[in-house]
Write a new protein. Sequence first.
Length: 276
Amino acid sequence: MSFKSFLFSAVIASAALLTLAGCPPNAFYVLTVTAVPIEGGVVKLDPERPSYFAGTTVTLTAVPAEGFTFRRWVGSGINTTINPTNKKIYADEAVAAEFQSDVLIPGEGEPEEGEGHENFVKDGNFEYTTAGSTWQALSLTGMPIICETSTCGLLGGKGPAHGLGWAWFGNSAQYGFEQATLAQQITLPVKREATLRFNVSVPLVTNPFTFSVSMNNVVLWQLTEAEAMDFNAYQQVDLNIDDFATGRPAILSFSFSCTGEIGQESAVFIDDIQAY
C-alpha cells in the first residue's frame, strides 16, 4: 500500500469513528457559557472560539466576582465542582457556572437590621460545597457529615432546614458510638458586636450524646439528649461572639460525640450558619 493510500484510509477511518460517536465529519459546534447569577462572575474558555470542531477539548475556568464564591458547573453532560474543568465538544452545548453570594439579604431567619449583612461563614447553608473545600469534616466511623437529600436521604422525613444541603451529625446503629467535627476558619473584622446564628434540630435520640459549638476551642454552647425534646423541630440559636471580632482568624467548630450500645442512634442536624 502506498503512503497516499494509507493516508486516505486513515482519514476515512477517522471520519467513520466520528460518525459512530454521533459526530458527522467536518462538524463544528457552538459552546454557550453563562454565569448564574450574571453578576456572580465570568467564565473563561481556552481555546476561546465562535465554534469548535467535533472532539475539541475546551478548558472552562470560572472566575467569581468580588463577594461571590464558585459553586459548580451544570449543563449539557456536566455536573461538577472542579474548577477549572475540561469538556469535549460533540454537539451544540450550553454550560452554566453557578456562583454563591457571600452577602446575606435580610429575610426569614436572617438579621433584620440594616440593608444586608456579610456572612463570614462560607457556605453556611451547605448548598454549594462538598466536605474538604470550605468545611473540614472528620468522622471517627467514616459517616458523611455534609449531606444532600439525594445522597443521604431523610431521617423520619426530616432533612435540611432550607434548600437541599445540611450537616448531619450522628452515629450508625452498627457502631453505637461516634466522634465527629465540622470546622471552618473564619475572620471577623474588628467590631463591637458579632453574632453566630444557626438552626439546629434533633430528629432522633436513643443514645446519650453531646453536641458542642466552639470558637478557638472555647465552648460557646452545648446540647445533650436531656434537651433534645426542645429541638425536635429546627430551632434558631444566636450566640454572642464579640470576643472573636478581632480581625484575626478563628476556628469555628461543631462537634458531636456519643457512646452507647449497638442498635441505638442519635442525630443532630444543623443548617443556615451565619457569622455577622
